[in-house]
Design a protein around this ligand. Sequence first.
Ligand SMILES: Cc1cc2nc3c(=O)[nH]c(=O)nc-3n(C[C@H](O)[C@H](O)[C@H](O)COP(=O)(O)OP(=O)(O)OC[C@H]3O[C@@H](n4cnc5c(N)ncnc54)[C@H](O)[C@@H]3O)c2cc1C
Length: 459
Amino acid sequence: MKGVFVVGAGPAGMFAARQLALAGYETFIFNRDIRPGGLAQYGIYPVKTKMKTGLRKQFAQTLALPNVHYFGNVQIGAAYDLSLADLETMRPAAIVFACGAQGAKKLGLPGEDAKGIYAAKDFVYHYNQLELFSQMDFSTGRHAAIVGVGNVAIDIARWLLLDDPAHTTESVTILARRGPLEVKFDRKEIEYVESHLSREELAAELERVKDRCAQAGQDVSPEKVFPEHFPHLNSPDFASIPPRLSIRFLSSPKAFETDSTGRVCRVVIAENELVLKANGSTSARVTGAASTLDVDTVLFAIGDKHDPQIGLPMGPDGYATSPNPGTPDEPSYEVWDPTAGKTYPGRFVVGWARKASTGLAGVARHDGELGAKKALDYLATATDSGTCTAGEIVARLKARGLRVIQKDDLALLARAEEAAGPIQQPNSFHFIDKPAILKAIDEEAAAPQAAARTVARAD
Ligand SMILES: Cc1cc2nc3c(=O)[nH]c(=O)nc-3n(C[C@H](O)[C@H](O)[C@H](O)COP(=O)(O)OP(=O)(O)OC[C@H]3O[C@@H](n4cnc5c(N)ncnc54)[C@H](O)[C@@H]3O)c2cc1C
């Protein structure tokens, strides 16, 4: 049998798996989390119900395909449950790596590891209630700084200002490395928090940085910036409401100071200049000037990086892919070994694993599908590798003491959720941390009515 392994069940992995299965290949998904979805479940903002429900339905359709096999709660990587070498012993004809970008970028600043300083992805995993992250301390206080000015930064500001059940936040300050014309958030995202800005304060901030932006040939007057990036600020009935949201442009964190408990209490902020580059883009250059801001919480929303523990060779944007540049529409997907200077035949990388923090779920879907197409081209002429059957794979995983979650377990979990009634937080679950989920599955399996609904197990 020529079976295909997919590592990761986010949008890239699930849509790649769908293509591979529809082409007739036995497709085996290995996923770190118990539930499928990746950031589509545990990253996208909790109340985006239409989007999250739509994606969940599509993932369920993929899992319903008879030649798709799901092995959740299995983390791939030398330091985890199953190394790449272990995977290879099960003789996959091809492997598609769709494990996203699980690491967080750090700046290496003094005090960066203090209490109260978090990576954005870990924080959103926490408020979206992903297993272990849901149980970890991500306490926030009264005054937060968010480093970064993209959609993830706005999601986090939205959570702190509007939806955090703790409601402790009095102010959120976004630190933007460059100027007002380089903000990365979409208009429809800023709309959720715009009313927490002060028109006067933002106008004063634009005035503060206008000369430095003018050096790069930019006009950052409110007449230009407001209509372009803050659609409601100019409206006559705009009214600012607490808690307060501020943006500081041309500002980079330089160091963090802590209080007697080891929690961050102050960020030292370097003032930047804006430099116009030859290609027309801009960059930030630190000046000698600095200031401080009292905070008790800092969130880094500056992008993600790849988990080196998985064991794939690392490249500049993600796991290394063949240097054959391809085209922007069809980039290179094959895993590349830069040391040996050759590709790993039949091994592909898709989605955020290929290019971290790039685009929305639809982009990851498209990338997964293109990568799957490359895998299908390869499989068409590949020799039969004699891939293990689902039953053999499950037996091997169990022999290692792993509690593997299969499709029938997901069905039991869904029934347990349904039986437990309506949930409090939209798009979340009753059973959140791993022990609670496993207990719910076991209890549902043992319930008398479950016997009547037995779903055929792969083993
Ligand atoms: C905070 C935030 C908000 C977002 N909001 C939106 C939005 O509103 N709309 C939108 O369209 N997009 C949004 N996105 C982007 C979207 O979530 C991503 O484009 C998409 O999820 C990337 O898909 P992926 O499959 O490449 O990676 P991921 O979604 O990260 O999936 C990776 C999968 O791999 C698994 N995995 C990781 N490591 C291992 C391992 N070692 N072994 C086995 N499995 C592993 C994970 O469990 C996960 O299931 C948001 C992203 C973030 C971070």
